[in-house]
Design a binder for this molecule. Structure first.
Ligand SMILES: [Zn+2]
Length: 322
């Protein structure tokens, strides 16, 4: 079976290994048994909502408040991904969530970039870009996007909007994204995770080149057509969508209709630890429900590379590696 090599939608805080969390907790004088760690980091199979899912970010949020923790977590994540055979990934996080102990957003970002740079030196088979997330309801989004301007091309490859979709109108964030468009900084937006095709449409109208999840698009033909015509890359995260009940069942996940209608859909993990998944597990899950060939999976990896926010020359090199 073909194993995925590219993950465009991966949150740092949802993808920490138990070992890293245990080490960082220990530095704070906290010990947790393996069972407690698992309970605090992973959703139960019977997870019923996005709210329950988001509770699993509390402990990661607690330990990712120091330069040491952020650098270590990023390094170890890329080390693991390289070991799984990935050749490219984009890791995203919201700097404003890591300033509780006094770090500035810039110090947070620099720590992540140090970890990413060191991992790519030690494991040259993997390349990584960093995406900076603005948060729905966040008060420091402007500073995050200003930081993206300062570091674009130096580790940062683009930006995102994450958080509780639907709790605020997407249009509240239009000025931020117009600013990014003016600076030619590409962006993806979490849209359609909770069923809204209107949010997918709005994300495209706001200039997003990619949408995170996009599940809701299947409800509206015009929206499906917009995805295809505008060559929007859809970052599907199937296992996560099942856990948060973004889709009622695996069989009803729109990944197959997206693919069959020529939409540039890709396979992603979202949160490796919280969702207890890997890119390989995503492929196996998808293959268990849908009729995808190895060539189809390879085509979705190619979609991911074409939709990546890294420089064009790097994309060509990655496409050749496929
Ligand atoms: Zn996400």
């Amino acid at each position: 079976m073909y194993h995925g090599k590219v993950d465009l939608h991966l949150h740092l805080d949802g993808s920490l290994s138990e070992d890293v969390v245990a080490r960082l907790l220990q530095r704070e004088g906290i010990t947790m048994s393996r069972e407690e760690l698992q309970h605090n980091l992973r959703v139960e199979p019977e997870c019923t909502s996005l709210v329950e899912y988001l509770q699993k970010f509390e402990v990661p949020g607690q330990v990712l408040q120091t330069e040491y923790g952020l650098e270590l977590a990023t390094y170890e994540l890329l080390q693991r991904l390289a070991g799984q055979g990935l050749i490219y990934t984009e890791i995203r996080f919201a700097p404003q969530l890591h300033t509780r102990k006094g770090l500035t957003q810039q110090e947070v970002l620099k720590s992540v970039l140090r970890g990413a740079a060191q991992a790519q030196r030690d494991y040259p088979t993997i390349r990584a870009g960093i995406l900076l997330c603005a948060m729905i309801g966040g008060s420091e989004n402007r500073a995050t996007f200003d930081l993206a301007k300062d570091f674009y091309g130096n580790g940062v490859v683009g930006v995102d909007l994450a958080g509780a979709e639907g709790s605020r109108p997407m249009d509240d964030y239009a000025p931020l994204f117009h600013d990014m468009a003016t600076c030619n900084i590409p962006y993806t937006i979490h849209a359609g995770e909770c069923g809204s095709w209107e949010n997918v449409k709005r994300a495209i109208e706001l200039g997003a080149q990619r949408v995170g999840h996009g599940c809701g698009a299947i409800k509206n033909e015009e929206c499906m057509d917009m995805l295809r015509r505008n060559h929007i890359t859809v970052e599907a995260c199937v296992v996560s969508n099942l856990q948060t009940k973004a889709v009622p069942s695996l069989q009803s996940h729109p990944i197959k209709p997206f693919f069959d209608r020529g939409i540039a859909v890709t396979v992603n993990t979202d949160n490796m630890t919280c969702s207890n998944t890997t890119l390989r597990h995503e492929h196996e899950t998808i293959a268990s429900a849908f009729d995808f060939t190895d060539d189809d999976f390879r085509a979705m990896d190619a979609n991911a590379i074409r939709g990546a926010f890294c420089p064009e020359a790097e994309k060509q090199a990655l496409l050749e590696k496929l």
